[in-house]
Each structure stands twice: as C-alpha cells, then as structure tokens.
Design a protein around this ligand. Structure first.
Ligand code: SDX
Length: 392
C-alpha cells in the first residue's frame, strides 16, 4: 500500500552510516578528523599530515611523513597520452567535467583493481592518486588558459608544487609567497573531509560495487560539481559579483532569497547538518581577512560578503531556519586573491576533499561492506491490470 515502508527481515543497512573518520556535531558546530579538532589541525598541521591522518588514522611521525611525501612524488607524473585527452576538450568545457574525465582516464594507464587485502597494493593506489591528481587539477586550469603544461619541481613541498604547476609562467619563475602557501594549505585542510556528504557518499556507494578507486573518485567529482554542494563556492563569487554590479544592494538580494516565488538562494548559506556556524567558515573568514590585508588587497567583494553575513545573521527568516555561512561563503574570496579563476573554485574543493574521499573509500573496502543498496518509500500506483491501447 502507498506510504508504508516494509523492510525485509534480512535487510542489511548498506547506507554506509558507520565511519570512524570524521565527527561533526551540527548543533554545536564541531568538526573533528580522527578525533582532532579542525581548529587545531588548521593551525598546527599541514595538508599532507592531515591527508595521512584521515587515510591511515594517526598523525604521521616525521619519518612516516617524509616517506609518504617521497612515495607521492615518485608517482607525480601522468602518461603523456593524458594530454591527448585534455586536447580533446574545448576551452569552454567546465573544469569539473574535464577533471572527472581525466580522473576516470587514469584507469587506462594504471592498475584498476586493488587487492584490498594487500596493504602494499592499497598504499600504492593511494600515493599514486595523491601524486597524479594535483597534476590533473593544474593542467585543467592551464589548458583552459592556453598555458603550457608544467610538472613544477620535485624539490618543492606538496602545496608549493601545486601552486607552481598552476601558475609557473614560462617567462618568469613563480614566486612562492608564504601567505598564499599557508592560505591554500589551510583551505585544503578545511575541505579534506566532511563525513557522509553528497559527494563522499557517492564515492562510497560507487566503490561498494568494487569499482576502482579512480572511477569512484570521478563519481565523487561529478556529485561535488552541483551548485548546492561544492559548486556553491563558484556560485557565491558569482552572486557577490552580481550584487556588486547591481550597486551593492544586499537588501534586494536578501529579499530575493526570502521570496518563495524566487528560485534565488543565498549561496554559501545553510547546511544540511550545521544548524550553527560551520566551524570551517569561521576559520576561513579570519584567513580571508589576513590574506587580503597581508597582500594589501582591498576587495569590495569582501565588504559585500561581510554586509550580507551581518544582515542574514540578524534576519528572522535566516535565524529561524538556522541558516549560517558555510564553508563555501568565504573560500572563494581567498581563491580569488590567489589569482585562481572562479571556474576553478570547485576544482580546488575537489583537491582538498581528495584525502577524505580516499579515506572513506579505503574504510568501506577494508570493512568489506556489502554493495550499497538504499531502499525507497514506494508512493506509486498499487497493482492494476494492463490496459490495451484502444482503451487508454
Ligand atoms: C557543502 O553535506 C555537506 O557536508 C556539504 C559540505 C561538505 O563539506 O561536503 O558542507 C559542502 O555542500 C556546503 C553547502 C553549499 N551549498 C550552498 O551554499 C547552497 C545554498 N544552500 C542551500 O541550497 C541549502 O542550504 C543546502 C542545500 C546547503 C541545505 O539544504 P537543506 O538542508 O535541504 O535545507 P532546505 O533546502 O530544506 O531549506 C530549509 C529552509 C527552506 O525554507 P522553508 O521551505 O523552510 O521555508 O531554508 C531555506 C529553504 O528555502 N533555505 C534557504 C537557503 N538554504 C535553505 N533560503 C535561502 N538561501 C539559502 N541558502
């Protein structure tokens, strides 16, 4: 009958609801990776340390971290034929679509199946993708802007080399700015994992059929692309730009966001789980201030963002619905200050989320979880006999 959910007695919960990786409390605005607070990790660790923590469960010793980085570097190269696939895309292609395709394409040049009972095979697959993914990210951006593809330098740190690969100009050396390195490192840490969000659930359920790690990640990239999810950071900047072009009239956009007949939403606000400030947004807001002042950049967009936030936090519509700024509200302001084009913002989110996706895929496979198979609440027609076309 309609509206009644009946679960078979043997029904196994395959909704991947158990995990030991990330804890978040939406009411209190708490986020911890393997028990460590996001505030401490953002302040005291670097991105590769946090990646190691998320994936293997413990903060690495210096020796473990050095080996991890060296092993990643040994895989920081892609088959040259990847460039032919990249060439096939028009410059108008959205970088998230390119990145998802290239990540899938890696399976053509690397081992696809991973024997999860072999620690070595699992480890090799992990360092392989951590080495290759930043190259795909950088090349996706450079291709779109007609820049030659660059591998950066193996003498640089992980995050430094990401910036080098993205921005190295053939006519001049890229100047490694500690402010930008620190800001990117912090942003990547803050995006690294977030429990069972839309894209992570996609990675887990795709991997639960024993599809390979790379194609499971490609599925996660596709899910992250949506403007309600990771695509929000691009949508936030486009919204702030539109408000600026419109004379900075934040009240007009607040009214649009509250108008049920208007599909406009205040991008970067609200969250399925946080009904308090997203702890990441608090950290990013401070970092945005620091980066812009350290760089001596006056960005009117930041003033508009602050004004919008202040209004929303005082507006009953937002207060009643517990709509607070989320991780995407301020991150784009920092990316923009770093010279990253707005269409690359969600790609940067994927770069940060990579260790979390890997950790969640690894956990699901090591636990030998059954194939994901969510059930449904059937609300369609009850049985009815076939009707011949003459009688329809
Ligand atoms: C991320 O899950 C994760 O952890 C995601 C993420 C991660 O790290 O992986 O944190 C990253 O995706 C952050 C969210 C980025 N998305 C945006 O900023 C897009 C704008 N936000 C919304 O679309 C929305 O808030 C969601 C999608 C984030 C959450 O939507 P919900 O929980 O399904 O809330 P809802 O759509 O049921 O809305 C509840 C009410 C509705 O009003 P009423 O029907 O009760 O009158 O709040 C309103 C909504 O209309 N509302 C908004 C709003 N978000 C919700 N109104 C205006 N502007 C908004 N942004």
């Amino acid at each position: 009958t309609k509206g009644v959910i009946t679960l078979d007695p043997g029904y196994k919960n395959t909704g991947s609801c158990e995990s030991a990786i990330t804890f978040l409390d939406g009411e209190k605005g708490i986020l911890r990776y393997r028990g460590y607070s996001i505030e401490e990790l953002a302040e005291k660790a670097d991105f590769l340390e946090v990646a190691y923590l998320l994936i293997f469960g413990e903060l690495p010793t210096q020796e473990q971290l050095d080996k991890f980085h060296a092993d990643i570097k040994s895989h920081s190269v892609v088959d040259d034929d990847i460039k032919k696939i990249l060439d096939a895309f028009p410059k108008s292609a959205h970088p998230m679509g390119v990145l998802a395709s290239l990540t899938s394409a890696l399976t053509a040049f690397n081992p696809t199946s991973v024997n999860v009972d072999s620690e070595e095979e699992m480890y090799n697959a992990i360092v392989r993708i951590l080495g290759k993914f930043p190259i795909l990210v950088a090349w996706t951006m450079r291709k779109k802007h007609g820049m030659p593809l660059d591998y950066g330098s193996s003498s640089l740190g992980y995050v430094e080399n990401i910036l080098q690969m993205m921005f190295k100009n053939p006519t001049s050396d890229y100047e490694q700015n500690p402010i930008l390195i620190n800001a990117l490192d912090k942003l990547l840490i803050l995006h690294a994992d977030h429990e069972q969000n839309c894209s992570t659930s996609t990675v887990r359920i795709t991997g639960s059929s024993h599809a390979g790690l790379f194609v499971s990640l490609a599925a996660g990239i596709s899910a992250l692309w949506g403007p309600l999810h990771g695509g929000a950071n691009q949508a936030v900047l486009e919204m702030l730009e539109a408000i600026k072009e419109d004379g900075g009239d934040t009240k007009k956009y607040m009214a649009k966001a509250k108008d049920k007949n208007d599909p406009f939403r205040l991008m970067g606000f609200g969250h399925r789980v946080y009904k308090n400030f997203d702890p990441r947004a608090k950290i990013i807001k401070v970092a945005a201030n620091e980066v812009l002042s350290d760089l001596g950049v006056e960005d009117p967009i930041l003033d508009i963002a602050r004004g919008l936030e202040k209004e929303a936090l005082e507006d009953p519509y937002f207060v009643d619905r517990k709509l607070y700024p989320n991780v995407d509200f301020y991150s784009g302001i920092i990316y923009r200050a770093m010279g990253i084009p707005v269409e690359m913002f969600t790609v940067m989110f994927a770069l940060g989320r990579l260790p979390g996706w890997i950790a969640q895929w690894r956990e699901m496979r090591l636990r030998k979880e059954p194939i994901g198979r969510p059930r449904q609440l059937y609300t369609g027609e009850t049985y009815r006999p076939f009707k011949s076309i003459e009688k329809r």
